[in-house]
Design a protein around this ligand. Structure first.
Ligand SMILES: Nc1nc2c(c(=O)[nH]1)N[C@H]1C(S)=C(S)[C@@H](COP(=O)(O)O)O[C@H]1N2
Ligand SMILES: [Mo]
Length: 211
């Protein structure tokens, strides 16, 4: 049997690029008002989405030259990176040194031509959840559509098969059970953003809630 990372001819696959989120280089890594946890809490609105990969699709829609749908096998065969990042939930817990593996947000630029009018990204997830990002936040180098955490495939509770990770913003922007992204000219508050959370959510500025 082949072990993970081993090619058919028995050779080891080249190591994936490791991107260190800039926040992991800070001397003090705990933003104001946060406390450190060691386990990984599970947090979301509604039910855990149990997704059958055979029916799952990832859509790239909105202000793109040609909309694109990838099925599970197509998505899983995209080039991957690893990202080391800290997690800050707006409810107060922070979890350091998370190693994610997945598809870089920037990779999408190689799959579709994004129209110049696009200024925001609406991330869609199973069950109707959405979250909104400025396009510049979405295309930061450390933003990744993760399929693994600390070397193990995501569990359904943490977003299997694919979750977004936006390391520099509060963790509510990191949508679990992602089904696609939509590029828009106008901003459109997502689920938590229209239930009192801040529109952007920078933990270092404590952008927790809107007015
Ligand atoms: N689809 C979906 N993704 C979501 C949420 C949600 O309600 N639905 N909640 C967010 C919030 S508030 C947090 S803190 C993180 C928690 O992720 P975890 O359960 O993997 O720790 O998921 C985020 N992603
Ligand atoms: Mo959260």
């Amino acid at each position: 049997m082949r072990s993970e990372g081993q090619l058919e001819n028995g050779e080891q696959m080249p190591e994936l690029e490791l991107i260190r989120s800039p926040d992991v280089e800070r001397e003090n890594r705990i933003p104001p008002g946060q406390r450190l946890v060691n386990q990984w809490p599970v947090l979301h609105y509604g039910q855990v989405q149990r997704i059958d990969p055979s029916g799952w699709k990832f859509s790239i829609s909105g202000l793109v030259e040609k909309e694109l749908w990838l099925d599970y096998r197509e998505f899983m065969s995209l080039p991957r990176v690893r990202v080391l990042s800290d997690v800050h939930c707006v409810t107060g817990w922070s979890k350091l040194d998370n190693l994610w593996e997945g598809v870089s947000a920037s990779q999408l630029k190689k799959l579709v031509r994004i129209l110049p009018e696009a200024r925001f990204v609406i991330v869609h997830a199973a069950g109707g959840f959405t979250t909104n990002l400025q396009i510049s936040d979405f295309f930061e180098t450390d933003v990744v559509f993760a399929v693994k955490h600390d070397g193990k495939p995501l569990t359904p509770e943490h977003g299997f098969p694919v979750r977004l990770v936006v390391p520099r913003l509060y963790f509510w922007k990191s949508a679990k059970w992602v089904t696609g992204v939509e590029f828009t000219a106008e901003d459109r508050p997502g689920f938590w953003e229209s239930h009192g959370y801040h529109n952007r959510g920078d933990p270092w500025k404590e952008e927790r809630y809107s007015e």
